[in-house]
Design a protein. Structure first.
Lengths: 221, 59, 249
């Protein structure tokens, strides 16, 4: 248990030392979602309609920006090999790395999203649903992304490849996440979407670290 | 029999573009793919032959 | 029982599979041609004109067959991927990379013929129908698989990374299909009923089945042919490859 905690603390500490990476993803999210009203027009009705999709796609791309670095630095300096040799199962260490990644790159998006939602004239209730959907959905993005990051570890042109591998797998998260906000706006209630999203996140929490570990072992050979 | 004349067959009741577009592209793909596979095999065999010939000269 | 197992594993080595595949593929190619001719004859000359869709419906004979095969081939890739991970056989990785281009081709054909069917029937080249959308994502999954295995230089590593991706993909496909369907029913605007009248002529069904069989045999033939090429490429430094008649001649 202490090993897991140590991994999380170490990753958080490293992220704090290089704040620019976290901030880049946040700025990206903010800028992308501000560009849409400029491209489409400022009618509030239209903005309310596109808000869930735009904010979710923006968050999804922003979360993907930092996936590259999930294992890359540890792979380069040999930390990952030490982890593979340590008595703690690698899958658990991978889970804590994913958790740390989510704390650094997912959670800030959740906190920033309502501010950006104001640009789209969302009601306070919808903003709350947006936050909950992102809170449930961004861990799923980190978990699936970890598989992609592990598979593309140490490959030339890995960044573009990573997005090609991961984006199709993000489709359910996007549908249920954006769908929850949309259902709330249209008055249908977001409960169904949110519980499906939570179910997917729990399932991915069990299986994704395992798949990512298998992929990491291939890269480490 | 559905068709009274070849012209009628090719006209496909006004859907010629769509029907022949689908069947044509499918046929094209199924001709091109084996050709590409054949070319890949020829390349592999040729490079293997060259390699073996080069090795013989070395000896 | 034990004896039979040994026989199966004998063909798991590229050396013994190479001549077997060489003997088998012409037969599958011939079967594909026969089924294709029979299916086309049934589809164009026997199946009656559809009451609602006129002659345009004849596209389903390629469209449905291509869609079925694109999904089926992904499952076969996942099967070989699982075999490769469990038994660590070299041949299974070669099978996955031999099958992937054909699967991607069928996914593309399914989208292409779907668009050509959609234009006259629904008035648009593309509608965000649940099946079409899932097929598009399946196409992306194929592209991802091919790109990943192509980007890794060491073939053994490429096989195993591809195997993990294929298994992750095959687990996700039902989830993706379900989510797209859910999304589609919520957005009523684009929903299109694909269900045909129950009186779909028996001959149409037979035509579709024959075309699907033809595509299946084609896929087996081309995969066997391609796996032979892959064996030649990867086993190039072995003596048995150098002793092959087609190399020596």
């Amino acid at each position: 248990m202490s090993a897991l905690w140590a991994v999380i603390r170490r990753d958080l500490l490293l992220a704090m030392r290089r704040k620019s990476e976290v901030l880049t993803a946040l700025f990206f999210f903010a800028i992308v979602s501000s560009l849409f009203p400029l491209g489409i027009g400022p009618e509030p009705d239209m903005l309310r309609k596109i808000a869930p999709g735009v904010l979710w796609v923006g968050a999804l791309l922003a979360a993907m920006l930092s996936l590259n670095r999930l294992f890359a630095a540890d792979h380069q300096d040999g930390t990952l090999e030490q982890m593979a040799l340590s008595p703690t199962p690698l899958a658990l260490l991978v889970s804590s790395k994913v958790l740390a990644h989510w704390l650094v790159s997912g959670l800030p998006l959740v906190l920033l999203a309502p501010v950006l939602g104001l640009q789209f004239d969302l009601s306070p209730r919808s903003l709350a649903v947006l936050m909950i959907s992102l809170l449930l959905g961004t861990p799923l993005l980190s978990l699936i992304g970890a598989i992609g990051a592990a598979l593309t570890l140490g490959i030339r042109g890995g960044g573009v490849l990573l997005s090609l591998l991961v984006l199709p797998l993000y489709v359910p998260a996007l549908i249920f996440g954006a769908g929850a906000v949309e259902a709330d706006i249209s008055g249908l209630g977001a409960g169904g979407h949110l519980s499906l999203l939570a179910a997917l996140t729990v399932l991915a929490g069990f299986f994704a670290p395992w798949a990512a570990t298998a992929a990491l072992r291939i890269a480490l050979e | 029999m559905n068709w009274n004349s070849p012209a009628e067959f090719f006209a496909m009741g006004g859907y010629a573009l769509y029907v022949w577009g689908s069947f044509g592209v499918t046929a094209l793909c199924m001709i091109v793919e084996p050709l590409l596979a054949r070319k890949r095999r020829c390349d592999a065999v040729n490079s293997l032959r060259r390699e073996i010939a080069a090795n013989k000269e070395d000896q | 029982m034990n004896n039979r197992l040994i026989n199966w594993f004998k063909f798991a080595s590229p050396q013994s599979f190479y001549p077997l595949a060489g003997r088998l593929w012409p037969w599958f190619a011939a079967l594909a041609a026969i089924f294709c001719l029979a299916g086309l004859w049934l589809g164009f000359f026997v199946a009656p004109t559809d009451a609602q869709q006129g002659e345009g419906y004849r596209i389903i004979f390629v469209h449905v067959a291509a869609s079925w095969m694109s999904m089926f081939i992904y499952c076969v890739i996942a099967f070989w991927a699982a075999i490769g991970i469990v038994f660590n056989t070299r041949l299974s990785g070669m099978m996955t990379s031999a099958l992937a281009p054909t699967g991607a081709l069928f996914a593309f054909l399914s989208l292409w013929t779907g668009a050509l069917w959609g234009k006259p029937m629904w008035g648009a080249w593309w509608v965000w129908d649940a099946r079409l959308t899932s097929e598009l994502i399946l196409f992306f999954l194929y592209l991802g698989f091919i790109a990943l295995t192509a980007a890794i230089d060491d073939p053994r590593r490429a096989d195993r990374a591809g195997a993990i991706l294929a298994l992750v993909g095959v687990v996700n496909i039902p989830v993706i299909y379900f989510s797209v369907k859910w999304w589609n029913t919520l957005h009523q605007g684009a929903s299109v009923s694909l269900t045909r009248a129950p009186s779909m002529a028996q001959t149409m069904l037979w035509g579709m089945l024959l075309m699907a069989l033809a595509f299946w045999m084609y896929a087996i033939a081309i995969a066997l042919y391609r796996v032979r090429v892959i064996i030649l490429e990867r086993e190039r430094h072995t003596t048995w490859v150098a002793d092959l008649p087609e190399i020596k001649a």
